[in-house]
Design a protein around this ligand. Sequence first.
Ligand SMILES: NC(=O)c1ccc[n+]([C@@H]2O[C@H](COP(=O)([O-])OP(=O)(O)OC[C@H]3O[C@@H](n4cnc5c(N)ncnc54)[C@H](OP(=O)(O)O)[C@@H]3O)[C@@H](O)[C@H]2O)c1
Length: 281
Amino acid sequence: MIVVTGATGNIGRALVPLLAEAGEEVVAVSRRPRPDGLPAGVRHARADVGSAASMRPLLDGADAFFVLVGGDRGGHGESPKALLDAAGAAGVERVVLLSSQINSTRPEALSHARLREFEAAVRAAGPDFTVLRPGGFASNAFAWAESVRTRRTVLAPFGDVALPVIDPADIAEVAAAALREDGHAGRTYELTGPELISPRRQAAVISEAVGEEVAFVELSRGEAHAHMARFMPEEVIGGTLDVLGAPLPPEREISPDVESVLLRPARPFAEWVARNLPAFR
Ligand SMILES: NC(=O)c1ccc[n+]([C@@H]2O[C@H](COP(=O)([O-])OP(=O)(O)OC[C@H]3O[C@@H](n4cnc5c(N)ncnc54)[C@H](OP(=O)(O)O)[C@@H]3O)[C@@H](O)[C@H]2O)c1
């Protein structure tokens, strides 16, 4: 049995069906009631990854555990050691943690202190672990969906700074491999897409897919901060804008890890747009 937290998110929505199709018994965890679209036969449970007490009953009998740290409790909840102790006591053999590339490239970043605590707890705990450190997600482009639909416009800062954004479906496939297969224990994977792509170029890719002109409007850092504050915790915004505006050389490197785990190249941004076109039409 595999327990998946963040099951309603960008990664979880791809990971849960992958595991179910592979014949695994899956428990999909979210804080809200059962979401639409969960495959039939997948058990859903309400719990909070920031509360070991809420997770403990779900971990009984689990072989593997996907940990995604999100939301306020995930951000500010109790020590992650309690959660990892609960997993160890329940007999979980493998833990896969969704972390961030920022923990490699900016190990002092305040924005990611909580994720570093989770990494340390996972590495110190009994079960085998794999840490996934992705760069920026292709799905961050959902933030542009409404303005593309209603005004055929993308508003974003740092229009010409290109980064190797990753498709969450690739993260999910790497997670599924690490949860199900041998050979990933103790590994830390840096996960990126296959190409450097700027926000201006992303807007052009969306425009091609929609079949209509989509304008690109460059926001100042302050404007972008105000916009991101609507859906991101304050402490994460500064660090994110630093990466988007002034990436360090390793943040612009294309990692070989997706291809070495999945034995195929990472998916380009255009593939993510094609799968999610209704959001932009
Ligand atoms: N976006 C990026 O560019 C980027 C880059 C690197 C790393 N990351 C990391 O990726 C993660 C976000 O992944 P994502 O895009 O899949 O997330 P997402 O789409 O925002 O979804 C996360 C899901 O997790 C659930 N959740 C949130 N807090 C929870 C909690 N405390 N306990 C249990 N479930 C909780 C939420 O569902 P419910 O509300 O239903 O519980 C939500 O649907 C974060 O850890 C972030 O640090 C993101």
